[in-house]
Design a protein around this ligand. Structure first.
Ligand code: SF4
Ligand code: SF4
Length: 134
């Protein structure tokens, strides 16, 4: 074959390899960016959910006290976002106030603030509701 033809084929092959490499690199960077964005979104949802749970528990306690369902001086416990879902607190609770759905939660209507859950929690996630900064 004519040497010119070989030269042209070699140049085209080189350009194709170069193009594929730069496109591949860009795709890899885009995937990393999407992965980071998804992680941040997941963290934001988790944080929003924790805030919502806290507000919900505070309102529940307020309503329970207004309705005289629990004593005014009782400070039910709450499981914060620090929970690592180890499950150690569940069998300790004398009133079965702790349940696990997608997260561990305390029913403020059942909690008698005995602090037994807090004693076994490895990460200090069981705290009296009024001790939590909003
Ligand atoms: S403080 Fe006592 S009653 Fe309340 S959730 Fe913890 S273990 Fe149960
Ligand atoms: S003991 Fe603490 S970390 Fe473990 S499930 Fe209960 S609240 Fe979460």
């Amino acid at each position: 074959m004519n040497p010119w033809v070989w030269s042209i084929i070699a140049i085209i092959a080189f350009l194709l390899i170069f193009y594929n490499r730069s496109v591949g690199k860009r795709v890899g960077e885009d995937i990393d960016e999407i992965r980071n964005s998804l992680y941040e979104l997941r963290m934001s949802i988790k944080s929003l959910r924790a805030d919502w749970n806290l507000k919900h528990a505070q309102i529940q306690v307020h309503v329970l006290k207004m309705a005289k369902k629990i004593p005014d001086d009782r400070d039910p416990y709450f499981i914060t976002r620090d929970c690592i879902a180890c499950g150690s607190c569940v069998p300790e609770c004398p009133t079965n106030a702790i349940t696990e759905s997608s997260i561990f939660e305390i029913d403020p209507g059942l909690c008698i603030a005995c602090a037994k859950c807090a004693k076994v929690c490895p990460v200090g996630a069981c705290v009296p509701l009024t001790n939590i900064d909003t």
